[in-house]
Design a binder for this molecule. Sequence first.
Ligand code: XIL
Length: 397
Amino acid sequence: MRSSRSHSKVARSAVAAGLLPLLLATAAAPATAAPPAKAQEDASYGQAKKNGLRTVAPDDLVIGTAAAGGGHHLTAGYPDPFTYDKQYRKILNAEFNSVSPENQMKWDFIHPEEGVYDFAAADAIVANAQANGQVVRGHTLLWHSQLPAWVTEGDHTDAELEAILKDHIQTVVGRYKGRIQQWDVANEIFADTWDAGGVRLRDDPELAASNIFIERLGPEIIGKAFRWAHEADPEAKLFLNDYAVEDVNTKSTAYYELAKELLAEGVPLHGFAFQAHLDLQYPFPASLEANMQRFDDLGLETAVTELDVRFTLPESGVPTAEQLAEQADTYQGVLEACLSVEDCNSFTIWGFTDKYSWVPSFSPGQGAATVMFEDYERKPAYYALHETLAQASGEEG
Ligand code: XIL
């Protein structure tokens, strides 16, 4: 067991150290008074290189980020971030030793037409990871969302659909064999009906977001997906991944039961992952550590895979000191839960700069959800993670 620390200590120390007013002043300053963007980016990279999160993390925990590209970025009016924003990539490589393709391994990106795979963007991420000593989290294989129309609107028979899924999993997993640490094999397979009659697999066409594979082929397809992935890369750790499962609740308990069933059937399930897209308008998921522990007790690894912490921005668009402090507490609390559980080996934030965060596009009015402002100035949340990781390493070393 790793030991856990007091929840808000580091956030308070960031405030005490005077960092908070400095960050706020920078965020609020008129454009003319701000340092040139390039100088700020360079300073941020310098800091990352000398002292990035990966440099202070305990040896048995990788610190990851989503690699921005595809998805909402396609309509954002800037070139593909991971491909073209060199400064972004430099900071990413210096800060993180794990990387998750934000969209570049999803069906609509990597398998845009029947029989046609486009691996270029995913290949670039995997190659960059190898060159920079990073592991990769593969994301994702069996999901209801970001599927191309040729899958959702094709007139395939059930047998054809199953063959398509098998081919997809074996082709994609096989291509990156030996180079992916963890795969999110099944993503978001439970419906959000926990407060309206309990959870179930996404097999109900009444639900807005039904998973076509589960709907057509039945829940047995989940175990098959894991077996196919395992055949294609026996070394990769295979995960279930979802949101709103941080607390012990109906949804996470449904997963706990499913995990037990899959394990009893001999399915190669190795981990359960908590996306952790959190929002300050809801209480901190206080049972996260206990929840992680119960999955750990099943012999599974656990991971935090998509942490970000959104809140409603004031009219000025500039977060308040209180919001940033509470956000820092939340980031720190999730990290501490992971540090406290033996086999929580991977901690990933869903992007590290507000410049490319998905949150404002998907939750209008909300934002500032990552650990750095758009110009890579670090927020209290960044320092909370940094200090918590450094302390964890110190105590272990
Ligand atoms: C999001 C991406 O960040 C966006 O760029 C894209 O437009 C939509 O998907 N849960 C997941 C992720 O598993 O794949 C989602 O990523 C966020 C929610």
